[in-house]
Design a protein around this ligand. Structure first.
Ligand code: 5GP
Length: 141
């Protein structure tokens, strides 16, 4: 069972349509990846399929297959770009699970031993920092 309908006025749909700026690190025919504006660690990227779905629950498995291969590509790039010890990949479905933006996306977050994650949807990062971190990731792709 899914919950609710897809709303094309969600913030990621606006980013995909180019109505709102983002720090893109990757784009192909099916998928876009850009910096999270409230990163839980430096290098926090969101991988977003262009096809509309609210989350994993109502998404097309063919789209999921394409998206997860980009998640892998981005995970490798952020690990190298930030010399990380590991990479956290997560994805929330519906408000009860922590979802706040209702267009399917995967979080890809570099992790370092002993360094705690900042809160989810916490503090807005400076644009200059996001831009510099996006460049580091692009250099690895
Ligand atoms: P969710 O809770 O839906 O999995 O996460 C949504 C994510 O989107 C959060 O990590 C939040 O920081 C991020 N976010 C919210 N608004 C924007 C925005 O306008 N631009 C970007 N790039 N990220 C956003």
């Amino acid at each position: 069972m899914t919950s609710g309908a897809y709303d094309p006025s969600n913030i990621f749909a606006k980013i995909l349509r180019g109505e709102i700026p983002s720090h893109r690190v990757y784009e192909d025919e099916n998928t876009v990846a850009f910096m999270d504006v409230m990163p839980q660690a430096p290098g926090h990227v969101l991988v977003v399929p262009k096809a509309p779905s609210r989350n994993l629950l109502d998404s097309d498995p063919a789209v999921l297959a394409l998206t997860i291969s980009v998640v892998q590509k981005i995970a490798c790039a952020v690990k190298d770009a930030f010399d990380a010890d590991g990479v956290f990949v997560c994805q929330f479905n519906e408000p009860a699970a922590g979802q706040t933006v209702f267009h399917l996306h995967f979080h890809v977050i570099p992790r370092h031993e002993g360094v705690a994650l900042k809160p989810h949807s916490g503090k807005l990062e400076d644009n200059a920092v996001l831009a510099a971190n996006a460049e580091k990731i692009k250099a690895e792709l």
